[in-house]
Design a binder for this molecule. Structure first.
Ligand code: COA
Length: 161
C-alpha cells in the first residue's frame, strides 16, 4: 500500500488543491491531506477551521484522510510511516520555492521524496491569497472554491455574493 502526504496551509482549500488531490488519489492508495500549523503565514482561518473545511471539501474522495500537523513536516512524515510528499506545481514561479522546500526536507531526512503533480490547466492560476482578496472585496467565489468554503468565507470576511 502506498501512502503519500499532501501538506499545505489550505487557507482555504480551493478547487486547485482538490484537483491535485484527485490526481493523487488515482495514483496512490492513501492520500493524507495534512493541514500545517507552522507555515510562517498569518492565516485567515484557524487550524481547526482549515481542517474542517478540508474534511468537508474532500468528503467525496474515499482514500483521502485529513489531518493536521505541528512542527517539521519530516517528523510528521516519519510518524505517519510515509516517505512521499506530494506538491502541486502550477507555474515556473512555483519552482524556486518548491525546489528549496524539497531540498530542505531531503537534507533533514534523506529518505523523503517529493513528487510534483501539475494541476489541470483551468486551475493553474488559482491561489488561496487571490481568493481571500476576492472574498474581502465581495467578489464571487463559486468558480474557485466548493460551496462549503464559499459560505465560510462569506461569514469570515463579512461580504455576500
Ligand atoms: N491550486 C491552488 N492553489 C495552490 C495549488 C493548487 N494546486 N498549489 C499551491 N497553491 C497555492 C496555495 O493556495 C498557496 O497560496 P497563497 O500563498 O496565496 O496562500 C500557495 O500556493 C502555497 O501554499 P501551500 O501549497 O498551502 O503550501 P505552503 O507553502 O503554504 O505550505 C508547507 C508549505 C506547509 C508544506 C510547509 O510550510 C511546511 O512543511 N511546514 C511545516 C514546517 C516545515 O517542515 N517547514 C519546511 C522545512 S523548514
Amino acid at each position: 500500500m502506498t501512502r503519500v502526504i499532501y501538506p499545505g496551509t489550505f487557507d482555504p482549500i480551493t478547487f486547485g488543491h482538490i484537483n491535485i488531490l484527485e490526481k493523487a488519489c488515482n495514483i496512490f492508495d492513501e492520500v493524507i491531506l495534512a493541514v500545517a500549523h507552522d507555515t510562517g503565514k498569518q492565516t485567515g482561518f484557524s487550524l481547526e477551521e482549515r481542517f474542517m473545511l478540508c474534511e468537508q471539501a474532500t468528503a467525496h474522495l474515499p482514500n483521502v484522510k485529513v489531518s493536521t500537523f505541528e512542527g517539521l513536516f519530516v517528523d510528521y512524515a516519519k510518524a505517519m510511516e510515509c516517505r512521499i510528499m506530494i506538491r502541486g506545481m502550477r507555474a515556473v514561479s512555483d519552482f524556486e520555492y518548491e525546489l528549496s522546500l524539497a531540498l530542505t526536507n531531503k537534507k533533514l531526512s534523506p529518505e523523503i521524496e517529493t513528487i510534483f503533480l501539475v494541476p489541470s490547466l483551468k486551475y493553474m492560476y488559482l491561489s488561496s491569497s487571490m481568493i481571500r482578496q476576492l472574498a474581502t472585496l465581495g467578489g464571487p467565489l463559486g468558480d474557485f472554491v466548493p460551496p462549503v468554503v464559499a459560505d465560510a468565507m462569506k461569514l469570515k470576511y463579512g461580504k455576500t455574493k
